[in-house]
Write a protein that binds this ligand. Structure first.
Ligand code: AMP
Ligand code: FE
Ligand code: FE
Ligand code: ZN
Length: 291
């Protein structure tokens, strides 16, 4: 614990291993500089940052190996809804989970290529090969396409790229065949991890699921809800807190830091230490990295 304040815990960040801009090492430096005591690395669909983060961990900083799994919920009467599942402290070698992550990364490549082809066909000067090259072997997502649009002078910022060309209702948008969220939850649990529904009611990001969907997720083994997230309004947080109490779920808070791909600073929202303790106690797949 740091002098003059409580323990500060941020359980959701992205490095350059997926669509953040800091290397895992730089992200940990940033976390320590921001006065965090605990930080989770939760890149999209990959654990490739765990090793580098373990090697670079500054003394005094606790690092939680995690991931954000790309999932979908299938409502009865509407198209699938994109949902993100945070997964903490799972066994990174669990075979079925390894296979599913690899499938998702392949899916990202074919879908990214389709988005870029549609943009290029309309005269936007972006090239898929360059985007893949710039990702440096990391997991490719729309933020990489947004960067390319900024570099080409089409838009002034990543935010503008999302607001104009890359949002989910854009004619250029293509969906991915993400994991069924109930299957994702089961995989995380089978691998000894702790599944937490990420930014579950953030309407600014697109359509969101109803309470019945969250009940179904609880039935499949969901253990927590991310409540304090920069994209949640006060009302959305209150509703999620109520659901967590009703279902006996733990609650988390985080920044969803993406380096300079987003405005949000690391540590913008944080997790209650008692909730983090419960999360760690529920995991059997991997250990937290600490002094
Ligand atoms: P994808 O996983 O390829 O569908 O892209 C989704 C990612 O884009 C999210 O994880 C965020 O990192 C990023 N993103 C979504 N909306 C925005 C936005 N308005 N501004 C910047 N980044 C965004
Ligand atoms: Fe992201
Ligand atoms: Fe997310
Ligand atoms: Zn995220």
């Amino acid at each position: 614990m740091r002098q003059g304040g409580g323990v500060r815990i941020d359980l959701h960040t992205h490095s350059s291993v997926s669509d953040g801009t800091d290397t895992p090492a730089a992200l940990l430096t940033e976390a320590a500089a921001a006065g965090l005591d605990v930080v989770a690395l939760t890149d999209h669909d990959t654990t490739a940052g765990w090793g580098p983060a373990g090697d670079a961990r500054p003394p005094g900083l606790t690092v939680v190996p995690g991931m954000e799994l790309s999932c979908r919920w299938f409502p009865d009467d509407q198209p699938p809804i994109s949902v993100h599942l945070l997964a903490y402290l799972f066994d990174p070698l669990h075979p079925a989970f390894v296979t599913e992550r690899a499938r998702l990364r392949e899916e990202r490549l074919s879908r990214g290529e389709r988005i870029v082809a549609a943009l290029a066909a309309d005269g936007h000067p972006v090239a898929w090969e360059q985007i893949v090259e710039r990702s440096g072997g990391g997991v490719v997502g729309r933020p990489h396409i947004a960067r390319a649009l900024v570099d080409a002078g089409v838009v002034a910022s990543v935010d503008e790229a999302f607001a104009t060309l890359l949002h989910h209702r854009s004619p250029y948008y293509a969906a991915k065949a993400d994991t069924h969220v109930l299957q994702g939850i089961a995989l995380v649990r089978a691998a000894g991890g702790v599944p937490v529904f990420a930014h579950g009611l953030a309407r600014s990001r697109g359509r969101v699921v109803d309470d019945a969907a969250i009940s179904a997720m609880v039935g499949a083994g969901l253990l927590g809800l991310e409540v304090d997230h920069p994209d949640h309004t006060a009302e959305e947080r209150a509703h999620l807190r109520g659901l967590a109490a009703e279902h006996g779920l733990l609650t988390t808070g985080s920044s969803d830091y993406h380096g300079s791909n987003k405005q949000t600073p690391i540590g913008a929202c944080t997790t209650d230490p008692a909730q983090f303790e419960a999360l760690e106690a529920a995991a059997t797949g991997t250990s937290v990295l600490r002094d």
